[in-house]
Design a protein around this ligand. Structure first.
Ligand SMILES: [Fe+2]
Length: 158
């Protein structure tokens, strides 16, 4: 082995299977961070200030999560696809309207999308138990804060 060769500690098949589960999550969570910014900018209504700020807190969580997922993929020896064209073509989240967004609509629409991402995360958590427990642990660490954000967001609905 040459000195410059990358030495992997992973079983190739398991690493590839794990990365295959991670790429769609990277795509969805990157899209979620963009949708959150779109809502952060366009939200209007009585709850503007708290919602405007809260959305940015969730953006931070989503950006940290996408960074963690991408870097886990690369650690496993698989390149991470973060191209905007790929994200636009593969995201499983629906877009938001291109207009000003009333606060109640933002709460409902963003909650739905966070809920979907949590469902995808939980599916991947189930599957990574056998494949790679370290990845599973990372996904659990991502899921908890998102579930907390969902609770805080939904608690603003009367
Ligand atoms: Fe801002």
């Amino acid at each position: 082995m040459s000195g410059s060769q990358f030495r992997s500690m992973f079983d190739n098949d398991k690493a590839n299977a794990t990365a295959t589960l991670l790429q769609p999550l990277l795509t969805d969570i990157t899209d979620l961070s963009l949708l959150l910014k779109h809502a952060h900018w366009n939200v209007r209504g009585a709850l503007f200030q708290p919602l405007h700020e809260q959305l940015d807190e969730i953006v931070e969580t989503a950006r940290d999560a996408s960074d963690e997922i991408a870097e886990r993929m690369v650690t496993l020896g698989v390149p991470a696809d973060g191209l905007v064209q790929s994200i636009a073509g593969s995201t499983r989240l629906n877009p938001l309207h291109k207009r000003f967004l009333p606060t109640q609509e933002v709460i409902e629409e963003i909650s739905n999308r966070i809920h979907r991402v949590i469902e995808f995360l939980r599916e991947a958590i189930d599957k990574t138990g056998d494949l790679d427990p370290v990845t599973q642990d990372m996904l659990i660490g991502i899921c908890g804060p998102l579930e907390k954000h969902l609770w805080m967001l939904q608690s603003q609905q009367l």
